[in-house]
Design a protein around this ligand. Structure first.
Ligand SMILES: C[S@@+](CC[C@H](N)C(=O)[O-])C[C@H]1O[C@@H](n2cnc3c(N)ncnc32)[C@H](O)[C@@H]1O
Length: 255
């Protein structure tokens, strides 16, 4: 499994939190009893879930111990559970399955989403946000760099240019399984600071499995080449910041 570094991930904590809060704000539940945050990471969004419903049993589930360690440091009133979402089962019937920026890491959505729907009873909610920026230079230049050198053979098994399917795919898949279904996309204009901000941003998430596969020297060479390829698409603004347009897909489904 991918090695996550919570410190690198949280370097852009504000930019990553905003869609998580937008997702949470749309959940149409007043008083859920059992809430699961699937792929909770360092628990940033889970804390907001608990704050919205203090009486609920809130459980954050994640496959990364470093991420869970960071979450456990501060939030004792939340249950933190280590588990692989590919085979995870809840210990109580969920009123809400919430998942921010995680399910695109799991393959086979045609099977995964109906399985998650099957874990809910009538009235239960599935709330999901996934990035859908993979056709933009932020990510296409990663794919190009993966193909460019000797590391190609080792990196090709990781190449997945469409981790998140188009909105219509999820609509058609989920519509028969839920009473109500709302699907939308938001393109955020993330204001980024510092040198090579796009590289620093993806280094905390999408680049993780790639850097895990390369040795240190190769990793440094990969990052340098990626920086050279991606930089021209995201010039600095007159105020010295860099804008990263980033599209995210939201799904809100009630059984
Ligand atoms: C981009 S982070 C999102 C974290 C958090 N939801 C947030 O919004 O900040 C993705 C998280 O999904 C977790 N993850 C990815 N695949 C997983 C799997 N198969 N089982 C459990 N967790 C997984 C990773 O460990 C990581 O913490």
């Amino acid at each position: 499994m991918t090695t996550w570094n919570p410190t690198q991930y949280l370097r852009f904590g504000n930019q990553r939190l905003r869609p998580a809060l937008d997702l949470l704000a749309h959940v149409p539940l007043d008083a859920p009893t059992n809430v699961y945050d699937l792929g909770c990471g360092p628990g940033t969004a889970t804390v907001h879930i608990k704050a919205r419903w203090p009486e609920a049993n809130v459980t954050g589930v994640d496959g990364s111990e470093p991420m869970l360690d960071r979450a456990r440091e501060e939030h004792a009133d939340i249950n933190w559970q280590h588990g692989d979402l590919c085979e995870w089962q809840p210990d109580a019937t969920p009123d809400l399955l919430y998942s921010n920026a995680t399910l695109h890491w799991l393959g086979d959505h045609e099977t995964l989403f109906p399985r998650l729907a099957g874990l809910l009873d009538e009235g239960g909610v599935l709330a999901v946000q996934m990035p859908r920026n993979f056709g933009e230079p932020s990510h296409t230049t990663i794919f190009d760099t993966m193909r460019a050198h000797d590391w190609r053979d080792r990196l090709m098994p990781l190449l997945n240019e469409v981790p998140t399917q188009p909105p219509t795919f999820y609509y058609d898949l989920l519509r028969p399984l839920f009473t109500t279904l709302d699907v939308w996309e938001t393109q955020y204009y993330q204001v980024m600071e510092g040198e090579h901000p796009i590289v620093e941003f993806t280094k905390g998430s999408f680049l993780r499995p790639i850097l895990d596969t390369l040795n240190e020297e190769e990793g440094a060479a990969f990052l340098q080449e990626y920086a050279e390829r991606v930089g021209p698409s995201y010039p600095r603004r007159p105020d010295g910041t860099t804008l990263l347009p980033f599209r995210r897909l939201f799904l809100m489904a009630t059984k």
